[in-house]
Design a protein around this ligand. Structure first.
Ligand code: TRP
Length: 354
């Protein structure tokens, strides 16, 4: 059996550096490693509509933004299949059959869904489509027989749900579906990069994100205004590292070679941290260093984006070709599913009298 990667994002906004360290970077490494037989990256517009059904413009407009983000970080359409979820009707059909394998109480226990219901004030009236999106996510993953799903930590309950569906389907019908494994970032701080204001999560509604598509100037302004240690008032004061966003970002982005290039008076991050803790190191100096490190990472992304932005038609063609390829694969799996369930009547007329 081959190693197959599937992952995706809801197109509800541009992607930010939290997405980058949390998952996008890993996807590109996986793509380029040659260790995987196929990689599918999905723009989950149908899932985005489950909680934005009244704002289809937002979802539609962000499809191209997310596609540009994918291409600019280095996902390469000749190596990976980039596609749009809603263009694969087989996924909806699979979802319908999987719904039989999941109970309402099981869905209610999903911690990510629970948190989202609260965030969106859905408590009183939860749309059925939204409630069932973990089942549709299981369809996304299993349609491609994905073995490997690189995502952020918040997606763990979805993969757990998928595994349960796979086991149940395979034991009731036939061994058709494949149980996926999650791949999380190795670096602990990359699991959940805080916003520039120090709040637990980067989120568009909090206005605390650094976007992959931000200009050099925007990134610099955001870094220079970042939350640090409110008790570190003067350069000479001892400072705190814990909960200090600038140091959290350095943990996520900084490598040894950055010191040689931009801050040769320090051997490594540990030395910089202990100076800050001792006192005598100002925020501005650390922020300027962080800015250099982050700009170095974002520069090639920005250049690639500006190339693709010149020809949005070509980006649409990439998504169209990718969606056609993805559909062929999903349709093969759906055929196997129907066969296992013995609902492929016209292929095998004997089934009617079996
Ligand atoms: N739930 C993911 C998100 O919130 C998007 C998604 C949909 C996905 N289907 C998927 C991720 C399948 C991984 C695998 O962004």
């Amino acid at each position: 059996m081959g190693k197959i990667v599937l992952t995706g994002d809801r197109p509800t906004g541009r992607l930010h550096i939290g997405h980058y360290v949390g998952s996008l970077k890993r996807r590109v490494e996986m793509q380029n490693s040659g260790d995987y037989d196929r990689m599918f990256v999905m723009i989950a517009d149908a899932q985005a509509l489950t909680d934005n059904f009244d704002n289809p413009d937002k979802v539609r407009k962000n499809i191209i933004e997310v596609a540009l983000d994918y291409l600019s970080v280095g996902l390469n359409p000749s190596m990976s299949t980039l596609f749009i979820q809603s263009q694969i009707p087989e996924l909806t059909e699979l979802t319908f059959y999987y719904m039989n394998l999941v109970t309402v109480s099981r869905l209610q226990r999903n911690p990510t869904v629970k948190a989202e219901i609260q965030q969106r004030n859905f408590e009183a009236s939860i749309p059925v489509g939204f409630f069932c999106y973990p089942i549709s996510q299981a369809a996304d993953i299993t349609a491609f027989k994905a073995t490997t799903v690189p995502v952020g930590e918040d997606q763990l309950p979805m993969i757990e749900q998928t595994k349960e569906i796979v086991r149940k389907f395979n034991s009731i019908y036939d061994e058709v579906l494949v149980e996926p494994e999650v791949v999380l970032p190795d670096n602990e701080v990359c699991l959940r990069l805080p916003g520039i204001d120090g709040k637990a999560k980067m989120s568009k509604s909090l206005g605390n994100c650094i976007y992959l598509s931000d200009s050099e100037k925007e990134v610099q302004q955001k870094i220079m205004s970042m939350y640090t240690d409110p008790l570190h008032l003067q350069v000479s004061d001892p400072g705190h590292i814990e909960g200090n966003t600038v140091f959290t970002y350095l943990d996520a982005f900084c490598r040894q070679e950055h010191f040689e290039r931009y801050l040769p008076e320090y051997a490594d991050l540990d030395e910089l941290k202990s100076h800050y803790q001792r006192g005598g190191l100002g925020d501005v100096k650390v922020k300027k260093f962080l800015n250099k490190v982050v700009q170095e990472e974002l520069e090639p992304i920005r250049i690639r984006r500006s190339e693709y932005e010149k020809d949005i038609g070509a980006v649409c063609d990439i998504l169209k070709a990718g969606s056609e390829q993805a559909r062929a694969v999903a349709s093969q799996t759906l055929d196997e599913v129907k066969k296992a369930m013995k609902i492929n009547y016209f292929e095998n007329r004997g089934l009617f009298s079996e």
